[in-house]
Write a protein that binds this ligand. Sequence first.
Ligand code: ATP
Length: 365
Amino acid sequence: MAAVVLEGVRKTFPGEAAAVRDLSLEVADGELMVLVGPSGCGKSTALRLIAGLEAATGGTVRIDGRAMDQAAPGERDVAMVFQNYALYPHMSVRGNLEFPLRMRGARRAERRRRAEETAELLGITELLERRPPALSGGQRQRVAMGRALVREPAVFLMDEPLSNLDARLRVRIRGEIAALQRRLGATTIYVTHDQAEAMTLGDRVAVLRDGALQQVDTPAGLYAEPANAFVAAFLGTPGMNLLRARSGGRVDAVWAELGQQRVRLPAERCPERLRRGDGVEFLLGIRPEGFRPVRWGSEDDVLRLKVRMREYLGHETLLYLEPPGPALDPEVPESSPPLVVRIRGEAPPPGEILQLQPDPRGLRF
Ligand code: ATP
């Protein structure tokens, strides 16, 4: 397999804002890297630049150390799996699997052997003589994977390969892709807009926004230490609460003034800048699981918020609370989204006031 390195890669379509802006990223040999971000953030374009299906406006793509600037798609030793599968409807599954090998001039016996081995690997042997229109979505998806695998490429590129499947099947095939990728040790770059898919699948995840890389890290690293408010709010189900706050200093604590309320934060957890001065505006990030509901609490340590709505999910309940002040959603800065809290066990009904203590370890600034 091979490492893939992007060095300041740019793509601007005529008359458009840049689709990919100075993207630098190193995907290690054998790694599964997920590119994730909202619709239009440039993730498909980035993948197509690696595949050679688009020409970069600037920067360099290296595969296995070699610059690909002049290399046509066929010379890059990559295989791409598309969202719509792109199978040949008039050919059998066997024909589809053998096609890339035929294009390379492989002999008949070799083609047959490799197609059958791949079908075995993906559990689609009994479908070999069928044509794609007679397959279910999940089966087509496997054939599309098979057609990429059969070539034994240096790098797999996958563009939302599960988005046409229903939720249950998506989760199952996602698990199969992860297991297969690990077994083959295949360098894979996987594009999705679904942050849950990115978090469950990636060795590392690269978060893109407006064509620019925001952060790249392991799923756990991104969740615990998001580099900015966008990443914080984008990752997680639901994402991190972001509260506009203003500091009020004391000797041993920092007061966060949130609208009409204020809460005491442990000084040692707060950045120096907040400890030094009053009236510093900042964004306080708290995950939905970062609050403890308390029956009694010192007025200084709790937020008192009214329940707007609750979502019962069986193993937990999500409570949507009146925000304590103007809150901030990086996608919709003028909005004031409710604060979301994850509760296990019994949850209060809408209209009730809840007392919440932020867990100091969960505070992000
Ligand atoms: P989605 O999840 O909706 O597929 P994406 O993150 O994959 O989105 P891209 O498809 O890479 O985003 O598109 C990034 C930007 O580039 C968008 O603004 C899009 O309109 C633009 N774009 C993509 N392809 C072309 C093209 N061939 N010509 C002009 N603009 C394009």
